[in-house]
Design a protein around this ligand. Structure first.
Ligand SMILES: Cc1cc2nc3c(=O)[nH]c(=O)nc-3n(C[C@H](O)[C@H](O)[C@H](O)COP(=O)(O)OP(=O)(O)OC[C@H]3O[C@@H](n4cnc5c(N)ncnc54)[C@H](O)[C@@H]3O)c2cc1C
Length: 317
């Protein structure tokens, strides 16, 4: 079922969902299941599975370093299929511009359709680790908006090289990313919102936000988006801080602010176990306020671990 239909069916009740990342290549999927199992009691209508960009690795061949391009966490679609099958829950693969040609994307979308996957999250992806700026893959897309258009084209039977008359078209429900504190490359929040609107006009059905730790920023973002005419559901994505290092890492990687009260509380912790508790408590307060405000879904970034998400969900759902 489509994410937007799950939201309609819930009739104003806030739903619980979360995002997972595929295991590192060679690791078992069991660890993923072990972390999903405890969260299923909160009835997520959908689970997102991220896609990671390719990266360079250096292989030592008799003292000479061989530079190879590889994907450290492959298997997004396989994981989506296995979770859907095992838990009977909708899964949302993240589809990236970076690292994929349009042909490969078409192939992936055809696979999604055959697997009964009805939702996809259309994302540009970040720059590769070695690169300062995002560079499109040869034969790939530059912006997520172009990817949204390709998915909508396929929904209408317009494939890359042929228009196909079929009674078996896909009808993907398309999610896109939004940034309450603006995307790091955007010159202003307003221009970023204009880009978000373009994605919606091209066919995006809902928005999931980047993590944030101050609900006021989310509420202001939604208000500005609505004023601009963005009328699709906006789903807040949130994450409990889990280790002290997150105070530096999260602002650096995701360009998000951490409120001073939370910084102070984390800095006062003696152990990471204490930090985890502080992170959970902050996230519970955030979640309760967002739920009270009537958000359609609370979407948690689990980063593969579920104990803290479960501690939050138990208090909120
Ligand atoms: C909910 C969520 C899930 C994510 N999942 C993943 C994942 O699984 N894997 C992963 O690698 N990354 C993921 N990301 C990170 C995401 O890929 C990065 O934030 C990326 O840098 C931007 O992606 P986007 O889809 O927002 O890009 P876009 O919408 O293309 O925007 C990128 C930048 O370009 C600007 N822009 C857009 N269109 C134009 C235009 N026509 N002209 C000029 N500027 C323009 C925008 O304002 C923005 O600054 C996720 C992010 C979120 C919020």
């Amino acid at each position: 079922m489509k994410v937007t239909d799950h939201i309609k069916k819930a009739k104003g009740k806030t739903l619980f969902s979360f995002e997972i990342i595929p295991p590192v290549k060679g690791k078992s999927i069991q660890e993923l299941y072990d972390n999903i199992d405890p969260l299923m009691e909160f009835n997520p209508p959908f689970i997102d599975v991220t896609t990671s960009r390719e990266e360079y690795v250096y292989i030592d061949r008799d003292g000479l370093l061989d530079k190879k391009l590889t994907r450290m966490r492959p298997g997004t679609l396989g994981i989506c299929a296995s979770i859907k099958h095992k838990y009977d829950v909708d899964t949302v693969p993240h589809v990236l511009c970076g690292g994929f040609t349009k042909e490969e994307t078409e192939y992936l979308l055809v696979d999604c359709h055959y697997l009964g996957i009805e939702n996809v999250m259309a994302l540009r992806g970040d720059a590769m680790k070695e690169e300062k700026y995002f560079a499109p893959t040869k034969g790939g897309h530059l912006y997520a908006s172009e990817l949204v258009k390709q998915i909508q084209d396929i929904n209408c039977g317009n494939y890359l090289h042929e228009m196909i008359e079929t009674d078996n078209c896909s009808d993907f429900c398309i999610g896109v990313a939004g940034y309450p504190e603006k995307h790091m490359e955007a010159p202003s929040l307003k221009s970023d919102l204009k880009r978000l609107k373009e994605k919606v006009e091209l066919g995006a059905d809902y928005v999931v936000t980047q993590m944030f730790f101050d609900n006021k920023k989310f509420f202001a973002f939604v208000e500005a988006a609505r004023e601009m005419g963005i009328d699709v559901p906006i789903i807040p994505g949130i994450k409990p801080i889990a280790v002290k290092r997150h105070l530096q890492l999260l602002p650096q990687v995701f360009r998000v602010d951490i409120p001073q009260d939370l910084v102070d509380a984390v800095e006062a912790c003696k152990t990471n176990k204490d930090v985890r508790q502080v992170g959970v408590e902050w996230c519970i307060q955030q979640s309760k306020e967002l739920k009270e405000a009537g958000v359609p879904v609370l979407h948690y970034y689990s980063m593969g671990k579920s104990d803290n998400i479960k501690a939050v969900a138990k208090e909120v759902f």
